[in-house]
Design a protein around this ligand. Structure first.
Ligand code: KG4
Ligand code: ZN
Length: 339
């Protein structure tokens, strides 16, 4: 069946069509209208501007997706939309659009959790993937480990207590003058520096608990930058990028290693915008090779926010019979009533 996926939880409006059944998983169209250039002017996402930009783009890109896939709405078996978590105004644009489209054309509607959608991207890059497996979700808003029991059952076994890894990258990126969002730029800059130049506190919580805390690391890096400036010196940005990245990557690798031991799983899925980080991909590739674990790291285009991952997650919601009616709403929180 063909599923149309609509994503508008943050600063990317996306519409995509995937063809999914028992064995095949094909992306027919995945159109992303990014607002990054607009938000860059402000150093971060401005929610009201994001909502307006979604309104301007959502209809146009949905029809562009249909055109690219050479399909019409009568071919679509389900409309899937991200309902939570995210920026409430931004989410509401996608939800209201998806509701109007689905009910005016008699197409079933399904609600999708954005985090689960990031994980579902892996089904598109690896059609043979079947649960159970361990999933690492690292994005601008989340850093979590899930024991995925089946396609719609996610047991959170670890998470950050405060900031997310993406937020930590973006914050230091901004302070050292990199364009928003700093994650990708820091990734590149880190190759030019010495990862041992600065010693920074690990965001991995000590012990068996699969928990992170990025706020102490962020503060330590900010203090380092400020004290260097106060001495009238300039911090070596590449050394800081390399040390900061290495500290984050080591912490994630450590908790993934523990999670693999605790769950006994032999498959690891990486998901979310920070899963695009080349240092993290290299480190988890090494770890998985050492442990004999299969690593599924979707291509970069499927790591950031996109409609194809929403459509993939929506397919499984549809197959489980979890359809939505006209009362469907959005929520800024991780969990919606009934999930
Ligand atoms: O998943 P995503 O597109 O949006 C959210 O759901 O949050 O993730 C965006 C985050 C941003 O913090 C961005 O800086 C980060 O992903 N990111 C990266 C890289 N590419 C994107 N972080 C580190 N290295 C990268 N190469
Ligand atoms: Zn996301």
């Amino acid at each position: 069946m063909y599923v149309l996926g609509i994503e508008s939880s943050c600063d990317e409006t996306s519409a995509a069509i995937v063809r999914m059944d028992e064995t095949s998983r094909e992306i027919c169209a995945n159109i992303v209208a990014s607002q990054i250039d607009t938000h860059r002017l402000y150093g971060g996402v401005v929610p009201e501007i994001a909502s307006r930009a979604h309104v301007e783009a959502v209809s146009r890109i949905t029809y562009e997706a249909l055109e690219t896939a050479k399909l019409s709405l009568s071919d679509i078996g389900a409309v899937a939309v991200t309902t939570h978590p995210g920026l409430i105004g931004a989410l509401l644009v996608g939800v209201n659009f998806a509701k109007s489209l689905a009910f005016s054309h008699g197409i079933p509607l399904v609600s999708v959790n954005h985090i689960h959608a990031h994980v579902a991207a892996a089904y598109l890059s690896e059609p043979l993937l079947r649960p159970p497996y361990l999933a690492l979700v690292v994005s601008g808003g989340h850093t979590s480990l899930y024991h995925v029991r089946d396609e719609i059952t996610f047991e959170e076994i670890g998470a950050t207590r405060d900031d997310a890894a993406g937020e930590a990258f973006d914050k230091i990126g901004r302070v050292i003058g990199l364009p928003y969002p700093g994650g990708a730029a820091l990734d590149k800059l880190a190759y030019e520096g010495d990862p041992k130049a600065f010693s920074l506190p690990s965001p991995a919580i000590a012990g068996d608990e699969l928990a992170f805390s990025f706020s102490g690391l962020k503060t330590a890096a900010l203090n380092l930058i400020n004290s260097t400036t106060q001495r009238g010196e300039t911090i070596n940005r590449a050394d800081l990028a390399a040390s900061y990245t290495a500290t984050i990557v080591r912490a994630i690798e450590k908790k993934v290693d523990q999670a693999l031991t605790q769950t006994g799983e032999k498959t690891l899925v990486m998901a979310g915008g920070v899963a695009a980080n080349s240092h993290l991909r290299a480190s988890l590739t090494r770890l998985c090779a050492k442990r004999g674990v299969k690593l599924i790291a979707p291509p970069l285009a499927l790591c950031g926010d996109n409609g194809a991952m929403v459509a993939a997650a929506g397919y499984f919601e549809f197959m489980a019979g979890r359809l939505s009616d006209t009362s469907l709403n959005a929520s800024a929180c991780d969990i919606m009533a009934g999930e």
